[in-house]
Design a protein around this ligand. Sequence first.
Ligand code: ADP
Ligand code: MG
Length: 704
Amino acid sequence: MSDYINVTEIFGENVFNDSVMQARLPKKVYRDLKQTIEEGKELTLEMADVIAHEMKEWAIEKGATHYTHWFQPLTGVTAEKHDAFITAPKPDGKVLMSFSGKELIKGEPDASSFPSGGLRATFEARGYTAWDCTSPAFVRQDAAGATLCIPTAFCSYTGEALDQKTPLLRSMQAINREALRLIRLFGNTTSKKVTPSVGAEQEYFLVDGEKFLQRKDLIYTGRTLFGAMPPKGQEMDDHYFGAIRQKVASYMKDVNEELWKMGVSAKTQHNEVAPAQHELAPIYAPANIAVDHNQIVMQTLKRIAKEHGLRCLLHEKPFAGVNGSGKHNNWSLVTDDGINLLDPGKTPHDNVQFLLVLSCIIKAVDRHADLLRESASDVGNDHRLGANEAPPAIISIYLGEQLEDVVNQLVSTGMADHSLKGGKLLTGVKTLPDLAKDATDRNRTSPFAFTGNKFEFRMVGSRDSVASPNVVLNTIVAEAFQEASDVLEKAEDFELAVHDLIKENCARHQRIIFNGNGYSEEWVKEAGRRGLPNIGCMVDAIPALVTDRSVQLFEKFKVFTRTELESRMEVKYETYSKAINIEARAMIDIASKQIIPAVIRYAQSLAESINAVRAACDADVSVQTGLLKETSRLLAETKKALEELKVRTDAASMMEEGADQAQYYHRQVCPAMEALRAPVDQLEMIVDKEMWPMPSYGDLLFEV
Ligand code: ADP
Ligand code: MG
């Protein structure tokens, strides 16, 4: 890659985007396709044939030899099967490059090995991928050469969603319909569409590639299962926003270049709180594109890391003792003509529509806090949520002083006749301008914070897809909008009715608003008094999917059927059990084959030293004996914990898949893993570093 990057030139060069389509497609086909993309008009096979042909020609010019239907099954990562464009050889032995409309719009991967939670009986393992023309196709260049990637949805033969994308698109339809209905009531006759906009900030760790390969735990599970804290952690706060090291800077440069080519608007990059931790944020995009782009971001971060002799860790908690990684999901609702429904304007009390939207969101989040919590649960995130660093496991909303004041006025007097002014932020430095202070301050401890003109949902895990949180947000807010429109459309006095409704929503759901410190013990108690759910772990969060309230909600808005929800629940339990099983078995493997033998060697060296000294003279050997005793004690403890972990892991794997098994893994296997880790981490602090069988935390965190 060259040193000079002409960003405007390369941006989107590998994307089959609007300008490419306009330039290459016949006018009529282009117009029809636009209607399909924007208004959901049906796509004919003739159209698809023309589009497929042009897409193929374009991709071949970019060096593509293959195409793939790129989809997002319930594995958390993307899946793809590559097909070359070639046709069967002709009599003269030559092949042609072809790609039909049918191949563009529909694929039939062998779906039996993707998680389906029983939706697809294996004897009938057909699954289909269907082109999502609202997310542009792109060419990806990597070691496989160049591949035309076609974003698709993945469904069963009978149309049940087997992926992240399908429900997301369904939820976008629901929020579009209900938001339009709502803004029409306020006299908006011009907007044609309302789209949830999403900006996903991605956190990650970078470690040295060779050291990574010496850690079996990182290889198998993506996180360290053992590891004593180094002398230095993140206490100096010197990494956050610190100067980016050259090696990392050169990595980021290549990541950006790759992302820009694929049309991902990578915008912000900085060091994060923990050593070796970084963040990348793109500019927000329509939800389905943002979800796709986030997958591209994660893949690109990993791929480029290897090229730089590094490894990118996307796990939520790669290292105990320093911060884990999350993904802030910024969400707002924007019309096709650029109006953000979450923009309060300068004087929020004037902006009735904004207040109604806000009050509906407050209602939605309060009513379905359990679903939102569930949407952010994944195996790795259990180490963050509620673990005193990232947002707490209790859902609450942070509005900021100005808006909270408006809500308080509304609830107490039924009127809001003034807004707190932002005031000036005086820097005290004459040469700096006086900045207009943002009237909404930041609160980093809130899981769901209003940040000016969007909500920032901060619970999502770094490795997880952002699809589920947005499915939930879109649907729960669509429901609140629908209920509002049902009332307001019938109202005789609209102004009065809006006013009453805003007040009612705020008064009934005010308990979800919390502007204080979300990490504090007092908040846990206070939230309990308020009756807010405090769901501490993934296995306890999963049942939220299938409560009556959830089924009613999702069925009403045609986002999930009951069967689809039940299947998702099953998939989640299975995923949890499998992940913990792998972690437990990795620990057993590492402890048995690497750690215990290393500790025995160390103990032997101590014994030899004692004997040697004694043979030579009668000098003091109390240090060696002390160490030997301590080492032997911890070794015995390790062995005991190891045996217990084996027993429990075996018991867990014998159980039938489902809730009970997942609960057993969580309540029995996880503590046994902790119990094994404790003596091993103590041993690491004693044993000769030369003899310890893997790089330490210090080696991994400070030596990139
Ligand atoms: P902050 O400092 O508030 O987190 P940033 O400007 O860094 O804000 O934005 C964080 C993320 O939020 C970015 O991905 C950005 O594109 C996205 N974002 C900004 N405005 C909106 C919006 N109206 N809707 C959705 N996402 C947004
Ligand atoms: Mg942010």
